[in-house]
Design a protein around this ligand. Sequence first.
Ligand code: AMP
Length: 114
Amino acid sequence: MLSDNIFLKILEKKIPARILYEDEHCIAFHDNNPQAPVHVLIIPRKVIPTHADIQAEDRELLGHLHWVAAQLAEKLGIGDGYRLVLNCKERAGQTVPHLHLHLLGGRNFAWPPG
Ligand code: AMP
């Protein structure tokens, strides 16, 4: 059930998270299984299960998530290079059905990604 997903529980403060930033549109918190020295998740308050569910009315919100990512990258000292990842659906590795942007930094990244 969508309302059961772990990120909604974090949004509703029902379970703890290391929150770095929050505003009326989104929150950002440290991933609890980091894949890089800096690994932050930025999630909208609005329930959007996957990237494929984005509507025209969400365009500004998506831009906002990216702006927050750039601000946090600078604040966290990874402004010299970072990677943003957005996994869409199970085949791409999405495990939580609430759209989220991964902000990764503090190491070099390979291309192509795995
Ligand atoms: P994805 O695989 O793209 O859906 O990303 C989900 C991410 O959420 C993974 O990197 C998990 O480590 C992370 N995650 C899952 N549960 C929590 C939690 N309670 N607190 C912080 N990060 C979490």
